[in-house]
Design a protein. Structure first.
Length: 221
């Protein structure tokens, strides 16, 4: 959890945040960053603000699901509880069904396609490096990360990648942040939008300075 001063800066930023451009994408990225705090009150504040801006439940749910790839299951579950308070589901949930072979095959195909799109020309070097040190990890990246989770319908690739950037800035993970900043541009985010998402995190995120350094290294105009 962030120190109290950073949490207060985050909440203050949220309460006065009403951008004229790209409101939904930037709000979702702020929400993604809030998941790294593991602070239910801060997460609920972002969700309540989303309601005020007429953002539906589904995008928040999708970002919570993908957060475990970057932040882990404990913080994902904290966020899921907050979502249930602010956007409770109506009706009974569907029953748990066993995994089918077709699902697994689609995760592999979709995951490989998306990973290539996110990493671009860096895909083969990534594959070579990760397979050399841990073949299972690369397989899980494709199947679990890019296939099962990030290829889900219901949220666009640009918003997904900007959310990944926001989570990684909040958690100050430089190597992965660099990859997903490039990934956001590769899937269609404009340089302006990427910069705005980063600037929105200036008051409280540990990795803000890291992101600024990476923008210079990447020569993002």
């Amino acid at each position: 959890m962030l120190p109290d001063a950073q949490l207060e800066a985050f909440r203050s930023r949220t309460e006065r945040f009403a951008p004229e451009k790209h409101l939904v994408s930037r709000w979702l990225a702020l929400f993604a960053a809030s998941l790294a705090t593991n602070d239910p009150a801060t997460i609920e504040l972002l969700l309540q603000g989303g309601k005020r801006h007429s953002i539906e439940r589904h995008p928040f749910y999708e970002l919570i699901l993908q957060s475990y790839l970057f932040l882990g299951f404990p913080r994902m579950l904290t966020a899921a509880e907050a979502l249930d308070k602010v956007y409770p589901l109506s009706g009974k949930p569907g029953s748990l069904e066993p995994l089918t072979g077709n699902e697994a095959a689609s995760w592999f195909v979709n995951g490989m396609s998306l990973c290539k799109k996110v990493y671009g020309e860096n895909f083969e070097p990534l594959r070579t490096r990760v397979e050399a040190m841990a073949p299972e990890v690369f397989r899980w990246m494709i199947m679990e990360g890019y296939g099962k989770v990030l290829s889900r319908p219901g949220l666009g690739l640009v918003d997904r990648e900007l959310a990944n950037v926001a989570m990684l800035i909040a958690d100050d993970r430089e190597q992965q942040l660099h990859s997903h900043m490039r990934g956001a541009l590769n899937v269609g985010a404009t340089p302006e939008l990427l910069r705005l998402v980063i600037e929105d995190l200036a008051d409280f995120a540990d990795g803000y300075a890291t992101a600024g350094k990476l923008l210079i290294r990447m020569k993002v105009s």
